[in-house]
Write a protein that binds this ligand. Structure first.
Ligand SMILES: Cc1ncc(COP(=O)(O)O)c(C=O)c1O
Length: 338
């Protein structure tokens, strides 16, 4: 395997900085299953306060956070509405169905990443014993690095309220969305009953997500977290990384977005590459079939790590990608196109 020098595969690949490691080493800890880890409690209280919601729960991953949200909104045999390409529908191993006995009702995405409001509403089942009970609608923002409009989230929220459904946000990269919109996380997440935010993506923590929301949902999530084996003990060591990330790594997300823009502009200069201008830190690059395999293999040989998604290359900027990495990657692309 080639050594990756410039790692654009994902913002999950970041390694904790010296400052973050020090905060982890110095964390005051207790037993979080007993509820007495002061650092975990501080992180949960801080996230709840930041979002202006009742409560929060620290969990090992975004996948578990989304699953806990769905299992807290829904009972056995209920149904959730989500986008056809939503992470919690496609990329979480069907956990809601397997572990929660919850059925997905996927809705196709439009070209701009939103779901058609009429289709969402039409998919909500009437109260009839032929049907699963529709209980919650789940949105994702950012979605593939794209910022979906606040007005769209508000319109879906209006549908949810009118039908007395819950509304969940997979906000794995919600802070990226806020940085791009220049808005604060509290107003961005205001329409939602529950919100999942990842600490281990753009924020640079090694582990962890937080589920934030209404008290009754978080209480139920705590019971389910125990059941799923997500009750950790001296997890203040991990929560300390999250607190450090909130303090040091939120304001700087704009730097990742600026680098993604510079990378996109550089890539767009090569004939044969079709580059989607990024809203945040993810750049998608399309190209002719046949070229992609050769190009990706060439880049790997030059130490440039990327991934593919839906027939396109996916380049992600993050804390461990600096200006020199963007220059180095563009140099490798130049070498390919000669
Ligand atoms: C939008 C979104 N939601 C949830 C997750 C799941 O997070 P984790 O990898 O921590 O389980 C991811 C991971 O990439 C994601 O991109």
């Amino acid at each position: 395997m080639n050594t990756i020098r410039y790692d654009f595969r994902s913002d999950t690949v970041t390694r904790p900085s010296a400052g973050m490691r020090q905060a982890m080493a110095e964390a005051e800890v207790g037993d979080d299953v007993f509820g007495d880890d002061p650092t975990v409690n501080r992180l949960e209280q801080r996230m709840a306060a930041l979002l202006g919601k009742d409560a929060a729960i620290f969990v090992p991953s975004g996948t578990q956070s989304n699953l806990l949200a769905l299992m807290s909104h829904c009972g056995r045999g209920d149904e959730f509405i989500a986008g056809q390409k939503a992470h919690l529908y496609v990329n979480e191993a069907g956990g809601a169905a397997v572990l929660g006995s919850i059925q997905p009702q996927p809705i196709a995405h439009q070209a701009d990443g939103t779901m058609d409001l009429g289709e969402i509403e039409a998919a909500i089942k009437p109260d009839d014993n032929h049907y699963a009970r529709t209980t919650v609608i789940a949105l994702e923002n950012t979605f593939g690095g794209k910022v979906l409009p606040v007005e769209y989230m508000l319109a879906v929220s209006e549908i949810a309220r009118r039908h007395e459904l819950g509304l969940h946000l997979d906000g794995a990269r919600a802070f990226n969305a806020c940085a791009a919109l220049g808005t604060d996380i509290k107003s961005f997440t205001a329409p939602f009953d529950s919100v999942s935010i990842c600490l281990s993506k753009g924020l640079g923590a090694p582990v962890g997500s937080v589920l934030i929301g209404r008290q009754d949902l978080i209480d139920t999530a705590r019971r389910h977290r125990k059941m799923l084996g997500g009750g950790l003990r001296q997890s203040g060591i991990l929560a300390a990384a999250g607190l450090y990330a909130l303090e040091h790594n939120v304001a700087r997300l704009a730097e990742d977005h600026a680098r993604a823009k510079r990378l996109a502009e550089g890539l767009a200069g090569f004939d044969g590459l079709t580059v989607t201008a990024p809203d945040t830190n993810i750049v998608f690059v399309g190209m002719e079939r046949g070229l992609e395999e050769r190009f990706t293999a060439f880049l790997a040989d030059k130490g440039v790590g990327i991934t593919g998604s839906y027939g396109k290359q996916r380049w992600v900027t993050h804390l461990d990608v600096d200006d020199a990495a963007v220059d180095g990657a563009l140099e490798a692309v130049r070498a390919f196109f000669g």
